[in-house]
Structure formats: structure tokens, C-alpha cells
Design a protein around this ligand. Structure first.
Ligand code: WT7
Length: 634
């Protein structure tokens, strides 16, 4: 399997565009500095922030729990808002596009006023340092505002995805012991108003402890249950109030969140104030290349870590304009996302690789109908990006003049760990890139031993990084230099240190005698002209053989000729024993709210098993469509 897994015999290498290199935030000097200085070099990340007390050590491994920037004190809201007032109080901090076409613009001064009033209001309700405040809202400005208000008070926010059920909200309120909830009456989704407050009320009343509740009137539906507060009334009452930012130690928690739970039970993750904020500011600067004058758009939901790190904390720490979009990327029209980039003159755009493949499926005529010349950098995250999606993004969206970065990280890592440095490293389409400076990775076998370069194994991060979540810091301190964080991501490390991701261990597919990461096979299927999306799963019914689901590009027939082309190409690339039990052509693949393909569900469909609740899906209708196609195809 070696050598062929990353899609091409000899991967194409793409130099960073010359125009990009000229203005890039970091140069090769940065990598050299990290090589020279070791973990001390991470002070560059801390130096992007303003600290009320400077750190004494960059990394303290001696204590019981490993600490980044020990001795340092800071406030995250101060760093994301107050300190920009001197230079850019009239620059736009948040540019919001509602799903209903409403838009709002907050300058840094506006944001300062809003965050202070919200913090004063929350304090008035009793919120204090280290309390957990649960936020249950879609991408409306009140969400980042209340996140920052919590940070200002030294309280921890726990943002719960707005599409979650009352039961998931209840579980999180209970598990965090949270006595405060900020929610909304409802919101707009694909043209209709969705009620949110009923879910919030159901959750709140089934929790044992009292939950002080504030309701944002997004739909102007003033209905409040007894004892609940209207957000606007509260902040109006506190308009003009000032709340001193509460000083937090670097290792004090900033927020809690839960892993997305694509493959199992969601785990609670707590991120620190100093290490996390330094890490996301640094990677926003070094990898996403964000500058204060940029309009930057990360098309994720604020509720996921991607939104926390790269819609809210990273770009605001740098003083940039961050765009916040409430709606769906293809609603009301397929070109909605490009229309937004065009109209807002977006400089840097960051989205899920599965979204890139959906855009590709919808066709290049949508991006080409708009002026996308403002774009400088395109980023991808969430699942492996195959070479063809990379090329499509680079050409059809970037006009071959943008840097493209495929960034790997996780809820647990806080921020980006693997990516090319856009102004320095050559990209190899299909491979995410090397570990960023200061991050060390290896690929190991089940026993934790390094495998040979070019061989598949688990990605392990072998040195601490500032954004590591608190659950990792104790183990890292106890195990000392030998400590490694072994992920369940399968990957290959090439001789230049570039990482190619093969998918998650839980999704392994056996074909012939070989265990593959799903991405290994999917990459090859995606090389077939006309295939826009692909997912490979194992079918028990078919004796463990693999079933592949594909979506075609617009205008391409999903006929026998296509499935023959796929079979032929896969046999040629992976060997004659790589045969699928079935190839199913579907209009869409089921994806989680955070944009990951739900392979577990696809294998249930392949086996004709019940797949239960589909509320964790962004596009539940895709499942019904699949069943029809699967049935027809047999
Ligand atoms: C998992 C983490 C990353 C923040 C948002 C999701 C997969 C993420 C890539 C990439 C291949 C990727 C991994 C990882 N993943 N980025 N560029 N290439 N796989 O955070 O929900 O915690 O998911 O997403 O499997 O473990 P998350």
C-alpha cells in the first residue's frame, strides 16, 4: 500500500503564489527559530497577546500538571476587544449575515459596549468566576458577545449546538452543573422560523438544579416563562456599565466544550486561557495569515471548536473583521457562499473539506459567476482533503492565486497542529502538510512504536503544544519526555515530514486482506472524473466487503458506465483484489452538523439495519434518498 496511498505516484507540488509570499505573516525564519529555540519559541504566540502579568516560564514540565506560560495573567475578552480600541475602535469586529437577509455590523467600540453590558447583566444574575454558563443559540451576534462576556467575568461558557435536542441540552446542563442558560426564542433556517425556546424550556425544567434563563428575542417573540429574562431588556438596563476584566492565570479554564461525538460518546474538553488563546491567535496569524485589516470568514458553526477558535477567539485576538453567518451555504441559492465572499470582499476563507466537495458537486459556474479576487488564502478542515478537491478549490475558487491550506486539528488540540505554512511551504495536494513549527508528530503502531516513513499507522503528537486541553496536561507532566498523545487518526508520514490522513481508526474498511483507512480508498475513487463525493464503509451483510457511496458532479450521469469506470480505476490503482460489494450513486451523503460524513450510518444503511435517530445530521433527508437508491441499485 505504500507510495500509492496519497493519490498519485509522485505528488504534485505547488509553490505558494508569489503575491502571497510577498505579504505573508510568517517566513521560513519562523521555522528556523522554532528549530533553534525548541519550546521557548512558543513565546512568539504569547507575544501576540497583552498580558497583565508576563509569564515566568514558557513551558513548566516540573509541576504536577504541565503549564504553558506559568505565572502569566490575562483576560481573553480584554485581548479580543479592549486592547484594540486604541488603534481600531471604528474598525469592524463582527460582520453578521443573518439567514433571513438581515445584516449587522459591530465595530470594536460597539463590541466593547455590548460585551460590557452583557457581562454586567450576567453578573447581575449572579454569574461569578468559574461558573459555567450554557449558551444555546445559532450564529447570531449575541453568541460571541455572551461568550466574551463570560470570558470577561472569568466564567466558563459551554456552547451547545443550537440544533441539538432538549435532551442533549439537559445532559450538558447536568454534566457541567451549569446554573445559567442564555438561549433565544427561535431562529431562521432554510427560510423558516425554528422554535428554540421550547427545547430550552423542556431541558431546563427537567434539570434538578435551578437554571437562571435569558432569552434573546431573535424572532421578536416576546413570550417568556415565569422567572425568565429578556436579553434586550437586561442589556438595555446595563447599557453603559463597565465591568473590569477579571484577571485569569494562564492555566485557568476559559471554556468547556464537548467533542462532536461523530464516532462515540461526546467527551468534555476544557481549554485554558493563556495557552489556548496564544495557540489560536498564533495559528490564525501564521497559518490562516489573518491580518487586522482583513475580512475573514470561517464558515463553521460557532458551537464547534472550529467556531470558538477561528470565528471568535483567533481573529478577534488579532483585531481582524470576522464574519458570522447564520444560514446554510447553499440557501437560498447554490451560489450564496460566493455571493457573500464577493459582497463582503472576503480576504481569507476557511471551511470544511466536505463543503469544498459539495461546492465542487454543484459546479464551478457558481464561484465563477462572482468576483472572488479579494481572496488571498483558502483553508480547509474536518476531514481529509483529496487531491482533486484541493485542485478544484485552488483553481475554481482561488483562480490559482490563493494559498490553500489543509489544516488538521481536533477539539482536544484547541487549534491547528498540522498544516503547510502558506507563505513558506510547498503544498502537496492530498496531503495536509508538515506539523507546524513547534509541533512534533510521528506515526506509530498499536504498541506506540514508530513505523517506517511511508507506512500507515496512528498519528501521534509527541511534544506538548500551548492549545492542549487540560485533560492532557497531567499525563504529559507525569510521563515527562516520553509522553505522546496518540490520536485515533490513521495517517502516513512521508520522507519530507508531510502527513497524509487516511481517516479515523473507527472507520477502517477491510478490502481483500488489507485494512484501509476509508480515506485511502475514497481518495482513489475521487480521482475518477465526475465523482464529487465518496464514502466507503464495510458491510457485514456483504461478508465484510466494502460498499462505496458516490455523488456525481453536476451533469454527470450516475450510470453503469460510471460504476464501471470506478471499478476499473480502483482495481488499477489498488490491485485486482480491491473490489466493492456495491457502488451506490446517491444525490447526497449524510453529514453531521460539523460537516463530517456519517460513515456509521452509511454502513447501517448498507446492511439494511435500523440507524436510529438522525437528529445528529445536518441533512437527515439524505438518508431517505439513500434508502431509495440502495434499494433500486440491488
Ligand atoms: C477530527 C477532529 C478540526 C477541528 C474541527 C473538528 C478530522 C480534522 C482534518 C484534516 C484529515 C481531519 C480528524 C480529527 N480532521 N481536520 N485536515 N485532515 N482529517 O474537530 O470534531 O474534534 O474532529 O477531524 O479525524 O481527529 P473535531
Amino acid at each position: 500500500m505504500t507510495g500509492r496511498t496519497d493519490g498519485r505516484e509522485r505528488p504534485r507540488r505547488v509553490e505558494p503564489p508569489a503575491s502571497f509570499v510577498e505579504t505573508a505573516n510568517v517566513t521560513s525564519e519562523v521555522r528556523e527559530a522554532f528549530e533553534r529555540e525548541g519550546h521557548e519559541a512558543w513565546r512568539r504566540a504569547a507575544d501576540l497577546l497583552e498580558w497583565s502579568s508576563p509569564h515566568e516560564t514558557v513551558l513548566d514540565r516540573e509541576a504536577e500538571s504541565l503549564t504553558w506560560f506559568a505565572g502569566g495573567q490575562l483576560n481573553a475578552a480584554y485581548n479580543c476587544v479592549d486592547r484594540h480600541l486604541a488603534e481600531r475602535k471604528n474598525s469592524v469586529a463582527i460582520r453578521w449575515e443573518g439567514a433571513d437577509g438581515e445584516t449587522r455590523v459591530y465595530t470594536y467600540l460597539d463590541l466593547y459596549n455590548e460585551v460590557n453590558a452583557a457581562a454586567a447583566a450576567l453578573r447581575g444574575l449572579g454569574v461569578g468566576e468559574d461558573d459555567v454558563v450554557t449558551l444555546f443559540m445559532p450564529g447570531i451576534p449575541e453568541l460571541p458577545i455572551t461568550m466574551l462576556a463570560c470570558a470577561r467575568l472569568g466564567a466558563l461558557h459551554n456552547v451547545v449546538f443550537a440544533g441539538y435536542s432538549a435532551d442533549e441540552l439537559r445532559a450538558r446542563l447536568e454534566r457541567t452543573g451549569s446554573g445559567y442558560l442564555v438561549t433565544c426564542d427561535g431562529y431562521y433556517r432554510r427560510g423558516s422560523a425554528v422554535n428554540q425556546k421550547n427545547k430550552a424550556d423542556n431541558a431546563r425544567t427537567s434539570v434538578e438544579h435551578p437554571v437562571e434563563t435569558v432569552v434573546v428575542p431573535r424572532l421578536d417573540d416576546p413570550y417568556l416563562s415565569e422567572g425568565q429574562h429578556d436579553y434586550e431588556d437586561l442589556v438595555d438596563a446595563h447599557a453603559g456599565d463597565r465591568v473590569d476584566p477579571v484577571e485569569r492565570a494562564a492555566e485557568d479554564p476559559l471554556f468547556v466544550t464537548y467533542t462532536s461525538g461523530t464516532t462515540g460518546e461526546p467527551d468534555r474538553v476544557t481549554h485554558t486561557t493563556g495557552g489556548y488563546l496564544s495557540h489560536v491567535a498564533w495559528t490564525s496569524h501564521a497559518v490562516l495569515d489573518i491580518e487586522p485589516r482583513d475580512t475573514y470568514w470561517c464558515a463553521a458553526d460557532v458551537a464547534w471548536i472550529t467556531g470558538h477558535s477561528y470565528i471568535v477567539y483567533g481573529p478577534l485576538a488579532l483585531g481582524a473583521t470576522t464574519m458570522l453567518y447564520e444560514g446554510a451555504p447553499d440557501d437560498p441559492e447554490r451560489d450564496r457562499v460566493w455571493e457573500l465572499v464577493d459582497r463582503n470582499r472576503v480576504d481569507v476563507f476557511y471551511t470544511a473539506s466536505t463543503a469544498v466537495r459539495s461546492f465542487m458537486k454543484h459546479g464551478a459556474e457558481h464561484p465563477s459567476a462572482h468576483d472572488l479576487s479579494s481572496l488571498r488564502l483558502l483553508g480547509s478542515v474536518g476531514e481529509p482533503m483529496d487531491a482533486r478537491a484541493w485542485e478544484w478549490y485552488y483553481e475554481s475558487v482561488g483562480g490559482e492565486e490563493c494559498a490553500v491550506v489543509d489544516t488538521w486539528w481536533q477539539t482536544e488540540t484547541g487549534g491547528i497542529l498540522v498544516s503547510t505554512l502558506p507563505g513558506v511551504d510547498r503544498a502537496k495536494p492530498g496531503s495536509a502538510g508538515p506539523a507546524i513549527p513547534g509541533v512534533e508528530v510521528d506515526v506509530v503502531d498499536a504498541g506506540g512504536e514508530s513505523v517506517a516513513r511511508g507506512e500507515p499507522g496512528h498519528l501521534a503528537v509527541t511534544a506538548p503544544w500551548p492549545g492542549m486541553h487540560r485533560g492532557l496536561t497531567e499525563a504529559a507532566a507525569a510521563e515527562g519526555e516520553d509522553w505522546a498523545y496518540v490520536t485515533s487518526d490513521r495517517a502516513i508520514l512521508d520522507h519530507e515530514g508531510y502527513v497524509t490522513f487516511l481517516g479515523r481508526e473507527d472507520d477502517t474498511v477491510t478490502v481483500g486482506d488489507t485494512d484501509y483507512g476509508p480515506a485511502t480508498i475514497e481518495r482513489v475513487v475521487l480521482e475518477v472524473e465526475g465523482v464529487a463525493e465518496a464514502a466507503v464503509v464495510e458491510s457485514h451483510q456483504e461478508g465484510g466487503r466494502a460498499v462505496v457511496y458516490v455523488c456525481t458532479e453536476r451533469g454527470v450521469e450516475g450510470d453503469a458506465a460510471l460504476t464501471e469506470r470506478i471499478d476499473h480505476h480502483v482495481a488499477e490503482r489498488l490491485g485486482e483484489d480491491t473490489q466493492f460489494a456495491r457502488i451506490v450513486v446517491a444525490p447526497d451523503l449524510p453529514k453531521t452538523h460539523s460537516g463530517k460524513i456519517m460513515r456509521r450510518l452509511l454502513s447501517a444503511v448498507a446492511d439494511g439495519e435500523s440507524y436510529g435517530d438522525t437528529s445528529a445530521l445536518r441533512n437527515p433527508e439524505a438518508v431517505g434518498e439513500l434508502e431509495t437508491v440502495s434499494g433500486d441499485g440491488d
